[in-house]
Design a protein around this ligand. Structure first.
Ligand SMILES: NC(=O)c1ccc[n+]([C@@H]2O[C@H](COP(=O)([O-])OP(=O)(O)OC[C@H]3O[C@@H](n4cnc5c(N)ncnc54)[C@H](OP(=O)(O)O)[C@@H]3O)[C@@H](O)[C@H]2O)c1
Length: 343
């Protein structure tokens, strides 16, 4: 059986790490790479990854051409957070007959913010016989797939709370920038409202995914993000933060059913914050899950996108969510063994 053929669409921080991870795996190969950055287009992917040898895959800005020619089984897409912006890119991939796994946060449950685009994309994917999935660490796992999976041992569920707390100082520059480090509280609000910084995208998508898994009908979702204000001088590798300036973000998503809060997802991403995740399920039985080590975001995103490949290659065509696929697991063997029809 041939190797699983993969295209990387978006050779940025995540795309680069996805490519490096795939090079360490068996039964899978990179056959194409797409990006618009003039510094990357025309270069061999090996050079962009900082490898000694070339990979024979030249980064192209013409996605249609390169995807039609290279015929990937799946394209791993990591360029942006909002489906309306990346929609033409996803369409190009689907039109070329490739399955898609994307880190686009709003694609994790696209029917919430973009119902019409979702219907169109689902129809197109079915026509072309391919699967489209939005995934990642969050949305994609911590607030949704993990939560829904934990409820598998519950007879009843009344209320869910999922918390993620992380030390922003340990994260890379774009993350520290997108949560507003060093801004005044006024600048933070202005930039967040103008879409110049995003902080976390996907509270509502995670809530809707969990609700869908449980069969709950959510009648309202609230999303709130506020700055965490520094009380003393703080410093990261990239930013100096004075007292009174923004040291991070605190955000919530709340899902209501019959006007009662039933799902709450909470984020603290601030300099010096504790690294942990916690999930509290009120039901029968009550559950309290905690990871005191904290899940490292980039490693987890890359792993999730790659580990979902066998699930997606064996799924029915259409626009799917993590809830419709079997729960993820690490792929440690040969990818070809996991995509055979009888596995
Ligand atoms: N779901 C999750 O858990 C999760 C986790 C991590 C990241 N994400 C999301 O995944 C996305 C990628 O993250 P990242 O950190 O890798 O971002 P990044 O470093 O900015 O990389 C994005 C890359 O895509 C390129 N690009 C932009 N528009 C393009 C287009 N139209 N065609 C081809 N390439 C294009 C960019 O080029 P330029 O540099 O020239 O713009 C850049 O090289 C972000 O939206 C991020 O929020 C989601």
């Amino acid at each position: 059986m041939d190797n699983v053929r993969v295209a990387i669409y978006g050779v940025g921080a995540i795309g680069t790490n996805i490519a490096k991870f795939i090079l360490r795996k068996r039964g899978i190969e990179i056959v194409a790479a797409v990006d618009i950055s003039p510094e990357k287009v025309g270069k061999d992917l090996g050079e962009i990854l900082g490898l000694e040898e070339k990979l024979g895959v030249v980064v192209s800005s013409d996605a249609s051409e390169v995807l039609f020619k290279s015929k990937p089984d799946v394209t791993l897409h990591a360029t942006g957070s909002f489906l309306d912006k990346v929609y033409p890119q996803i369409v190009e991939i689907v039109e070329a007959g490739s399955n898609v796994i994307s880190t686009c946060e709003t694609l994790a449950y696209p029917y919430y913010r973009y119902p019409e685009l979702s219907e169109k994309l689902d129809k197109l994917a079915k026509e072309r016989g391919v699967t489209v999935l939005g995934s990642g660490v969050n949305p994609g796992f911590i607030y949704d797939t993990l939560v829904a999976t934990l409820t598998g041992v519950c007879e009843t569920v009344e209320k869910i709370r999922a918390v993620r707390s992380l030390d922003a100082a340990k994260r890379r520059y774009p993350f520290q920038k997108k949560i507003g480090l060093g801004l005044s509280p006024e600048e933070f609000k202005h930039k967040l409202d103008a879409g110049e910084i995003t902080a976390h995208v996907g509270y509502a998508e995670s809530i809707m995914l969990v609700a869908k898994a449980l069969g709950w009908k959510i009648d309202k979702v609230e999303e709130i993000q506020e700055p965490v204000i520094a009380e003393k001088d703080l410093e990261t590798q990239y930013f100096k933060v004075k007292p009174g300036e923004v040291a991070g973000v605190r955000g919530f998503g709340i899902g209501y059913m019959n006007r009662k809060e039933v799902i709450r997802v909470e984020l603290v991403a601030a300099v010096g914050a504790e690294d942990y995740e916690e999930i509290i399920i009120e039901g029968n039985p009550n559950l309290h899950w905690r990871n005191s080590l904290g899940i490292p975001g980039d490693i987890a995103t890359v792993a999730m996108i790659v580990n979902m490949i066998p699930r997606v290659l064996k799924a029915q065509p259409g626009l799917l969510t993590m809830i419709e696929l079997p729960p993820p697991s690490a792929v440690l063997g040969d990818f070809r063994d996991l995509v055979k029809k009888d596995v």
